[in-house]
Structure formats: structure tokens, C-alpha cells
Design a protein around this ligand. Structure first.
Ligand code: MRU
Length: 353
């Protein structure tokens, strides 16, 4: 199957980052070049690159770009700058924990070299760490796909919300990895994709990816999901996650909670597929997950047309939290977490399969 290269580093430590500009899809496929950390931060904040794992990978490379002008200075200046760059990238989006996880990995990789290597050498270590994060994601997403594929049967319909595909990761996805792996193993799967208001990641990105791969997909408005489930068109729902608390409560794109409620009401399984880097075990429950609030204009002026009166009050949370009790299983690279409980999460995350 054709994979998507969402993110690409070109060259050595003084190289550049290239990203698919996801705001232009599906009508235009264009890579943007990032030659400084400001461009990467803007790309994350404006969702040119989006999806929890992809945000983490882009931020790791963003650190490399941010450090490029400082490789010839002294060590103290280098580390002061590193703190600034990490803090700056951390301010781009609050919910996906992969961002903070990747930045922490970068910071630790540099800290381990302090006093032992020159800034130039540390910059090379930072690039190696970013590449490792990127490469690991490719392997992790394939493992998620393998574990999840066993949950789907030949001939099933599957509902998904937002985009947790190749575009949201290095190249293979989390929720969509499960579909891709099932299809690669010979199962016929028909996906129903919620369009995902207000930024339409489902309509613009999920359908685009599935169509490219020749997987049958039907686009629906978010408000149709419950009816589609009731009509028996889908036998499972799968989404990704931006942050999963220690008890299994999972934050994902706004509207996911409603899908989980509808799935429970009609007794179909609701699965969440995510790498370990999306788990935040420091948070006991989903109540502590910071929810990004976005510009009201995404709702009132979506895609260039005003669709609400001037001055209208708007509430625009970008994510919601699905309680663990509504999640049939979590799918991570180590396997299936079922039932979704603190103990089972800890057990599977700490196992090394
Ligand atoms: O605002 P977005 O497009 O970054 O939201 C993305 C999602 O909610 C995804 O489902 C989640 O990040 C998982 S991506 C593998």
C-alpha cells in the first residue's frame, strides 16, 4: 500500500524540515519548507502539521532547527537557547501529550551530553534523537495496526472520527493503521468517516487517505454518526487519542465522546488506538487533561465564508474526553489493553513485547 511521508528531514544537522501542508488538502498537495523553529511552531499551531504523533515528531525536528544558529557558540548559550526553544515549541498546542514527550526526549538527549561534547556535537545528537523519534513512530504504528487488526472481521463497517491516519503520524496512522492492517490481511472493511467539525479533518484528510489506498469510505456529517450506528452500517468505532490518563480516560478530537456514547448505546465496541507516547500516567484521570480552546472564527467563518451573525458568542473546545468506561479496548504498540483499567494499562505499558 502507498504510504504517506508526512514529515521529512532533508540534509544533516544544518538541514531543513519539510511537511505536507495539511490545511491545503484534499485539493492541493504541497510540502512546506521549515528552515527555522518559528515556521515549525506556526505550522503546529495552525494545523499544517497535526495529529498527536506528527506534532511530536515535527517539534523534535523544530528543536534541531532552533539550535542551528547556536552551534558555534559556548555551551551555556547553547543550553539557554535550548530551554527557550523547548518552551516556545511547548506553547504551540496544549492537549497532545506527544508534543511534551518529544520535547522532553530532546532536552534529555542534550542534557546527557553536557560537559562532554561541543555544541556542534550536541546538535548532531539532537538530530539523531529526532530521527529516532520519527523512525520509532513508523514501527509503533505498524505494531498498533497488527494488534488492532484482529479486532475487525471481514465485511465489517467501521466508524472513525477526525484523522488518525498516516497524516497524523510518520506514515501509517493509529486508528487507520488498524483498518490498513486488516485490509492488508485480506479483510474487506468499509469505513464511515465523520467529517469532524469545525476543521473537517475527517472530510479533508481521512477520506483522502482512504481513497488513495483504495479502501471504501463513506463521508458523513458528525451529526449522522448515531443514526449510522443504529442502522447497523458499522460494527465498531475506532479513533486515535491526544492524551490518555492513567485510568484510561482519553482525550481526542471534539465529537469523539459523542461517538463513544452512541457506540455504547447500540452495543458496538469503541476502540482507541494510540502509542505509549500518548499516555500521560502522571494524570490520574481525564479531568486533568488541558483542552485546547481555538479561535471562534473556525466556527463562524469556516473556510472563508461567514456562517453565523456578527458578534455571536462561540464555544470552541478542540478536544473532548471519553471516559474509560466507554472504551472497549485501548490498542497500543504493546498490544490490547482490555478491560481499560489502571492496572491493565500499567501492566501492558510496562510489558516489553
Ligand atoms: O486537532 P488535530 O487535527 O491535531 O486533532 C487530531 C486528533 O484528534 C487525532 O485523532 C489524534 O491526534 C490522534 S492522531 C494519531
Amino acid at each position: 500500500m502507498t504510504t504517506i511521508e508526512t514529515i521529512r528531514w532533508v540534509g544533516g544537522p544544518q538541514g531543513r524540515l519539510e511537511l505536507i501542508d495539511q490545511t491545503l488538502l484534499p485539493t492541493e498537495f504541497r510540502m512546506i519548507e521549515c528552515r527555522d523553529v518559528e515556521t515549525v511552531c506556526e505550522a503546529i499551531a495552525s494545523l499544517r502539521v497535526r495529529g498527536a504523533p506528527a506534532i511530536g515528531i515535527a517539534a523534535a525536528y523544530g528543536v534541531c532547527l532552533g539550535m542551528q544558529p547556536f552551534v558555534h557558540g559556548d555551551e551555556d548559550r547553547f543550553f539557554t537557547r535550548l530551554e527557550h526553544v523547548v518552551g516556545y515549541l511547548a506553547s504551540s498546542r496544549p492537549t497532545a501529550v506527544n508534543l511534551f514527550w518529544a520535547l522532553e526526549r530532546m532536552r534529555s538527549a542534550a542534557a546527557a551530553c553536557r560537559g562532554r561534547k561541543s555544541p556542534r556535537e550536541i546538535a548532531a545528537v539532537l538530530l539523531a534523537e529526532a530521527i529516532a523519534i520519527h523512525e520509532e513512530d513508523r514501527r509503533i504504528c505498524r505494531a498498533i495496526g497488527r494488534h488492532g487488526a484482529e479486532l475487525l472481521s471481514d465485511g465489517q463497517g467501521v466508524l472513525t472520527h477526525c484523522n488518525a491516519g498516516g497524516l497524523a503520524t510518520a506514515d501509517y496512522g493509529t486508528a487507520l493503521a488498524v483498518v490498513f492492517a486488516a485490509v492488508e490481511s485480506g479483510k474487506r472493511i468499509h469505513v464511515y468517516a465523520d467529517e469532524t467539525r469545525p476543521l473537517l479533518q475527517g472530510a479533508r484528510l481521512t477520506t483522502w487517505e482512504l481513497q488513495r489506498r483504495g479502501i471504501p469510505v463513506t463521508l458523513i456529517c458528525d451529526s449522522m454518526a448515531a443514526q449510522v450506528i443504529r442502522e447497523g452500517r458499522v460494527q465498531a468505532a475506532i479513533t486515535g487519542a491526544d492524551r490518555i490518563a492513567a485510568n484510561g480516560d482519553a482525550a481526542n478530537k471534539i465529537g469523539t465522546y459523542g461517538v463513544a456514547l452512541a457506540a455504547a448505546a447500540h452495543e458496538i465496541p469503541f476502540y482507541v488506538a494510540a502509542p505509549q507516547s500518548s499516555f500521560d500516567l502522571a494524570l490520574p484521570s481525564g479531568e486533568g487533561i488541558p483542552i485546547e480552546q481555538r479561535d471562534p472564527r473556525e466556527i463562524t467563518h469556516g473556510f472563508g465564508r461567514q456562517t453565523a451573525p456578527d458578534g455571536i458568542d462561540v464555544y470552541n473546545p478542540a478536544f473532548d474526553v471519553t471516559p474509560a468506561g466507554l472504551i472497549t479496548a485501548l490498542i497500543c504498540e504493546n498490544g490490547l489493553i482490555r478491560p481499560v483499567t489502571n492496572d491493565r494499562i500499567a501492566e501492558v505499558l510496562h510489558s516489553d513485547r
